[in-house]
Write a protein that binds this ligand. Sequence first.
Ligand code: ZN
Length: 167
Amino acid sequence: MPFNLSTRRSFIAATGVAAAMPLLASCGGEVTAHKQRTYRVTKTDAQWRRQLTRSEYRILREAGTERAYSSPLDNEGRRGTFSCAGCDNPVYSSAHKYDSGTGWPSFWRPIDNGAVGTSTDYKIGYARTEVHCADCGGHLGHIFGDGPRPTGKRHCINGIAMNFTPA
Ligand SMILES: [Zn+2]
């Protein structure tokens, strides 16, 4: 869909303070859920609602975004593994975590190549790379191109979408 000025205006009006932040620094935006695809872990919407907390459901199943600096995992500095809060699939490792200063847990790569999947989302007017759990399709966050070496990638991940297990 072409970029549209009136859409952008209503987006800014709707998001208020968040719109004042540099868009690239944000995990925000809505993407379509991945319900149409088949994942190893498949549940009905009712099952997900029973299993997940309200905020986990909003992030993982509705591609919501937590407030910046709201997750304790942003400052989690111990060695360990970050797993999908929907299905326990290990998705990120402390070995690849860094402080991006954005207020969201940030990683320069997933724990392994098969841990996450990506799709393209245009919800805020330009293409962004959405990242989700490869096993259950749960939305995790977005990937941006301003990360550190060696990948240059910044996986901007919602802390609510993950559980941390210290090593
Ligand atoms: Zn998962």
